[in-house]
Design a binder for this molecule. Structure first.
Ligand SMILES: N[C@@H](CCC(=O)N[C@@H](CS)C(=O)NCC(=O)O)C(=O)O
Length: 208
């Protein structure tokens, strides 16, 4: 399968899942600095102009982080990346949806692409600050619900939810320079120690 990503984008979470499951994949990097996601060539592959994106071996495609992560975990069950049963899957999907549907677009897209939230350039610093405040609030919500004594986000153990949480923690620490609440700082450190995370970061050109 082909995996489309942009170095340092949210696709790093799917990159980690791919490394965890050990499936063969062809990584294809897009250059966001030159807006490669908006070229006719990429739009012909993915009309949404986003990453992460998969083209499977039969030519069919999968988009949207939680769906890609869920599909990879179901397809490669030996990696044990999903809690069992409908209830367990529900918790993993709920966690990933919070990251991908709320934390990423509301807190971090505000910080990284403020012009999408205002037409007035003079308002952009306030949009960025609003994004930082939202990030702190969302991280506090996650920390308050953290399973007691757990390294990983879901009480079941390591899962695809951890790969989703990783990318916003990593952005917070490396790009936004935000302090993470205790359980999330410990979680980021635990993620950084995983060989799959190191391999994904290295391939994308970041310190591991
Ligand atoms: N809902 C999508 C959002 C993915 C997304 O926003 N990806 C960003 C990278 S972090 C992107 O491709 N941005 C390109 C753009 O907006 O031009 C998902 O969860 O996969």
């Amino acid at each position: 399968m082909k995996f489309f990503y942009a170095p340092g984008a949210c696709s790093i979470g799917i990159h980690i899942v791919l490394e965890e499951v050990g499936a063969p994949f062809e990584p294809v990097a897009l250059d966001f600095k030159n807006n490669q996601q908006h070229t006719p060539e990429y739009k012909a592959v993915n009309p949404k102009s986003k990453v992460p994106f998969l083209v499977r071996d039969d030519g069919s495609t999968v988009s949207e982080f939680p769906v890609i992560a869920w599909w990879l975990a179901k397809t490669f069950p030996a990696a044990n990346l999903l809690p069992g049963g409908a209830e367990g899957e529900l918790r993993a999907l709920e966690a990933m949806d919070y990251i991908c549907g709320t934390v990423h677009p509301q807190a971090f897209t505000r910080q990284f692409r403020p012009s999408r939230f205002t037409h007035r350039p003079e308002d952009e610093p306030r949009v960025i600050e609003q994004g930082r405040e939202l990030a702190r609030g969302y991280f506090d919500v996650i920390a308050a619900g953290w399973p007691r004594g757990s390294t990983w986000w879901l009480p079941f153990g390591y899962s695809v939810a951890d790969a989703a949480l990783f990318f916003v923690e990593w952005w917070a620490a490396t790009r936004s320079k935000l302090d993470l609440p205790g359980p999330l700082a410990a979680h980021l450190a635990a993620m950084m120690a995983r060989p799959a995370v190191k391999r994904a970061l290295t391939r994308e050109g970041f310190p591991a």
